[in-house]
Design a protein around this ligand. Structure first.
Ligand SMILES: Nc1ncnc2c1ncn2[C@@H]1O[C@H](COP(=O)(O)OP(=O)(O)O)[C@@H](O)[C@H]1O
Ligand SMILES: [Mg+2]
Length: 388
C-alpha cells in the first residue's frame, strides 16, 4: 500500500471501507442513485472509483467525468458525448444518434473563438441538444455514470451570465429527468465537496435532487485507523509500532484516511530525513508540524468562495470555536457575530443559518448544545492560522 496524500487512491492503495462499499453497491445495484456530499479529501472520488470498478466487473458500462475541469455547459455536453461514444451500446447506425450527431457537429465548438461560418450557436440549439441527447440514452443497458464535483459545474453555469439562475435550474431538471426514467438501468453517482444541499436550498431548487439519496462517508474507526497505519508501515519499511499507531489515532481522534496518510508521511519524513527516533514522542512532534502546514487551506478557501458576504461572520464563528475544545454555546456564537457588527435579530438569524451550513459542510458538530470543530486536527490548524 502506497502512502498517497492527495490524489484519489485505487486498487491496493484503497484501504478499508468494505461495509460502506457493500452498502453503496447494494443501493446502486437495486436501482438507486447516489450522491456523496462530503468535504474535500474525505475520500469520495476514491470511493466512487471503487464502485465503478465493481460495476465494470459485473459487466456494466461506466462513465467517469470530473466536472471540476469543465468550463461551460457546452463543454460539459461535449465531454459527455465523447464518453458516451465509447460505450458498448452507442450505435453509430441508429437514426436518432445520426440525427443528434449531425446537429451536434454543426455547433461551434466551445473552445473555438471568433466567427466560424456555417456553424450553429450553442445558445440557439441547446434545448434541442439536451432533448435529443436525453432521447438517445439507452436505459436498458446497465451503465454507471459518475460525475465528480457536480456543484463546481453548477457554480460555473450560475455565474456564466445573467441567465445563470435559470440555466442552472434547467440543467438540474434535465439531469433529474434522466434519472427518473421508469425502469432505467442507468445509475448515477455524483460527488460534491461543495455543499450541494446548501446550493440547491439557497436557489430554491431542492426539488431537483429529491429523488437521489445521499451517503456521507464515515471517518475510520480507531481500530481501522490503527490497521491502516500498520499496513502503511509494513509496505513502506517504517517501523510503526502498535503503540505509535495508537498515539497517532489518539491525537487525530476523528480519523479520515487522508489525515492518516499525512501523519504517516510526516512520520516517514521525520525518521528518514530529520533522523528523529521513532518512539512514543514522534506522533506529538508530527502533529505539531502538520497543524502549521497548508494541508487544510482548502477549508479556508471554501469559506471564501462559497459563503459570499457572510464569510466574515463564518470566520468570526470559527475563530471563537477553535479556541475551545469542548465547544461553544449558541449564545456565545451570536455574541461573536454582533461583535463583528450585526444587530441582535440579524445575528440570531445568521447564526442559525450558518450553523446549519457549517454542520453540512463538515466543519462543526453539535454535542449537548455546544458547537465544536468536528476534527481536532482542523481545529488546531485553525487556531494556528487565525488565533496564535
Ligand atoms: N480508502 C482509502 N484508503 C487510503 N487512503 C484514502 C482512502 N480514501 C481516501 N484516502 C486519502 O484521502 C486522499 C483524498 O482522497 P479522494 O478520494 O481524492 O477524496 P475526495 O474526492 O473526497 O477529495 C487520498 O489522496 C488519500 O490520501
Ligand atoms: Mg474528489
Amino acid at each position: 500500500m502506497n502512502n498517497i496524500t492527495g490524489p484519489p487512491v485505487e486498487g491496493d492503495n484503497f484501504y478499508g471501507r468494505e461495509p460502506e462499499i457493500d452498502y453503496a453497491w447494494g443501493r446502486i445495484s437495486t436501482g438507486n442513485n447516489l450522491i456523496l456530499p462530503s468535504p474535500r479529501r474525505v475520500g469520495k472520488t476514491s470511493f466512487a472509483l471503487k464502485l465503478l470498478d465493481i460495476a465494470k466487473r459485473e459487466g456494466w458500462d461506466t462513465i467517469s467525468i470530473n466536472l471540476e475541469r469543465i468550463t461551460s455547459e457546452q463543454a460539459f455536453i461535449e465531454r459527455f458525448v465523447e464518453e458516451l461514444r465509447k460505450l458498448s451500446w452507442w450505435d453509430q447506425a441508429s437514426t436518432q444518434i445520426i440525427n443528434f450527431l449531425s446537429l451536434f457537429k454543426q455547433l461551434k465548438p466551445s473552445f473555438k473563438y471568433g466567427d466560424v461560418e456555417m456553424e450553429l450557436s450553442w445558445e440557439e440549439n441547446k434545448i434541442d441538444i439536451y432533448k435529443q441527447l436525453a432521447d438517445i440514452l439507452d436505459h436498458r443497458k446497465p451503465t454507471l455514470i459518475f460525475f465528480d464535483e457536480l456543484t463546481v459545474l453548477l457554480n460555473v453555469i450560475l455565474n456564466a451570465d445573467e441567465n445563470g439562475k435559470r440555466n442552472v435550474s434547467a440543467f438540474l431538471h434535465w439531469l433529474r429527468s434522466l434519472r427518473i426514467v421508469g425502469r432505467s438501468r442507468i445509475k448515477w453517482i455524483y460527488c460534491s465537496s461543495v455543499g450541494i444541499e446548501n446550493f440547491t436550498h439557497q436557489h430554491g431548487i431542492s426539488d431537483t435532487m429529491n429523488d437521489i439519496s445521499d451517503y456521507r462517508l464515515k471517518s475510520f474507526s480507531h481500530n481501522e485507523s490503527i490497521g491502516m497505519l500498520l499496513n502503511l508501515g509494513r509496505s513502506n519499511n517504517l517501523d510503526v509500532t502498535k503503540e505509535i499507531a495508537k498515539d497517532v489515532v489518539g491525537l487525530l481522534d476523528y480519523c479520515l484516511p487522508f489525515f492518516l496518510q499525512i501523519m504517516f508521511d510526516k512520520l516517514n519524513y521525520l525518521v528518514n530525513i530529520e533522523n528523529v527516533p521513532i518512539d512514543r514522542k514522534i506522533s506529538q512532534y508530527a502533529y505539531a508540524q502538520i497543524i502549521t502546514e497548508n494541508h487544510f487551506n482548502t477549508w479556508i478557501e471554501r469559506i471564501e468562495n462559497q459563503y459570499g458576504y457572510q464569510k466574515k461572520y463564518v470566520f468570526a464563528l470559527l475563530k471563537l470555536t477553535c479556541q475551545d475544545k469542548s465547544g461553544v454555546s449558541r449564545a456565545n456564537l451570536i455574541n461573536a457575530t454582533t461583535a463583528s457588527g450585526l444587530d441582535i435579530d440579524d445575528a440570531e438569524e445568521i447564526v442559525r443559518k450558518l450553523i446549519y451550513m457549517l454542520k453540512n459542510d463538515g466543519y462543526l458538530v453539535e454535542d449537548n448544545g455546544l458547537y465544536r470543530f468536528r476534527s481536532p486536527l482542523l481545529r488546531d490548524f485553525w487556531f494556528e492560522r487565525f488565533v496564535r
